[in-house]
Design a protein around this ligand. Structure first.
Ligand code: JFZ
Length: 396
């Protein structure tokens, strides 16, 4: 109860401070609808951390300062990186869009940004513009490209360190005006140079603290209005993986490894579902890690991934399923194999998923319903087996 009251109070404050009178323009409504029609995208976590091969939190896990962590930059040469090959795998899987980490918490940028201190791909021996190549390949194949962008940062001295960055910097007051100027310049580059569909933020939560009395305390005002207005002026959608109630200017409702209303991971306690915006659930193909981890052996099977897609669709949500390529630029072979089989199912049954809206579940949970053009589809599977779901049409 206390928590609910706190969340309600928090939501009210948010509404006041972040454009409660905001009305999305027509391009925005249309872009939201198109995004929701996609239903299935591929998430890519790839960056300097891939070279350590221990997941994307490695710097934090072993408490490396940025100078030490960054030394691997001079050995970053992903000789097998081929954007066209990646995009072919994604498209064959049936995905309609790709969301890639343009810059994760380690602060390393995957494009030749002009506004940082050189901690980016152009200062590795590889030099190539990874995001640029991916943007071209996606455009050729008709996939939307979206960018994950970390708000929090374990590299810059102007970043006001929150609860995780402290492990890297110690206390660091930073200079948010300077850091925000930097972020906005980077976001402008990302949009002007590569024309993404969505900017997908992450890391706000490092300055949100849930106190034992249930109140939420914030240690930084990110001034999101300015950042969101910049993105909207450029006709791009905003998403924020903050696990908090939505602000009016956020266009996509994100659920991390969870579905609206389920809160199975405990991540979504503070999230209430709003009715008027597309939903996206992100999840991993490897167990519990987003970036490449060399000893990872457990991958989801193709029926597992298809069930995730179908269950998300029944909840009116897209599924964004993550793959972590290795430092050579290759997608893990197992992920490629799984994606190929997902694609076989999607080509045959995708009509019940793409462009559909959620219709909920049967009582026993073994059937997901979707709706499209006045038709209801029942998509059924048997739990505990490794069989693919079957689609049938519900007679009204
Ligand atoms: C974040 C990242 O830290 C992680 O590396 C990955 O990129 C994932 C998609 O997003 O993980 C989160 C996000 C939000 C919270 C916690 C972890 N949160 O709100 O508590």
């Amino acid at each position: 109860m206390r928590l609910n009251a706190a969340i309600a109070g928090f939501a009210a404050v948010m509404a006041l401070s972040s454009g409660a009178d905001y009305v999305p323009e027509n391009w925005n409504r249309e872009a939201r609808r198109k995004f929701a029609d996609c239903r299935f995208g591929i998430f890519i976590h790839w960056g300097l951390y891939s070279a350590y091969a221990q997941g994307e939190w490695y710097q934090q896990d072993v408490c490396l300062d940025t100078e030490t962590y960054g030394r691997i930059k001079d050995g970053f040469y992903p000789s097998k990186f081929n954007a066209k090959e990646w995009v072919r795998v994604f498209k064959d899987a049936g995905a309609k869009y790709v969301t890639i980490t343009s810059r994760h918490h380690d602060g390393f940028s995957l494009w030749p940004t002009k506004v940082d201190d050189g901690f980016n791909i152009s200062n590795t021996p590889f030099k190539r513009d990874v995001l640029g190549e991916l943007a071209v390949a996606c455009r050729e194949e008709g996939l939307q490209l979206n960018f994950y962008y970390s708000l929090m940062d374990w590299h810059r001295s102007d970043y006001p360190a929150g609860k995780t960055a402290r492990a890297v910097f110690g206390e660091q007051k930073g200079d948010y005006t300077s850091y925000k100027r930097f972020m906005m310049a980077q976001i402008s580059e990302l949009i002007d140079w590569y024309r993404p569909g969505v900017i997908w933020f992450d890391g706000e939560w490092e300055h949100v603290h849930r106190r034992s009395d249930g109140k939420t305390e914030r240690t930084l005002d990110w001034e999101f209005d300015d950042i969101y207005d910049l993105i909207h002026r450029k006709k791009v959608l905003v998403a924020n993986n903050n696990h908090l109630p939505m602000r009016p200017k956020e266009d996509v409702q994100l659920f991390e490894r969870d579905l609206p209303g389920e809160n199975k991971t405990g991540f979504s306690a503070g999230q209430t579902v709003v009715e008027d915006r597309p939903i996206e659930q992100c999840d991993v193909i490897q167990k519990n890690v987003w970036g490449y981890r060399i000893k990872e052996r457990e991958f989801r099977s193709a029926p597992d991934v298809v069930r995730l897609i179908v269950r998300a669709a029944a909840k009116d949500s897209n599924l964004l399923v993550n793959i972590g390529p290795d430092a050579s630029g290759r997608l893990p072979a197992k992920a490629v194999e799984v994606m190929r089989d997902v694609g076989v199912w999607m080509r045959e049954n995708g009509y019940a998923v793409y462009g559909s809206r959620g219709g909920g579940f049967s009582k026993d949970g073994g059937t997901a319903y979707t709706r499209k053009h006045g038709v209801t589809y029942a998509i059924s599977w048997t739990d505990g087996t490794n069989s693919m779901p079957r689609v049938s049409t519900v007679k009204n």
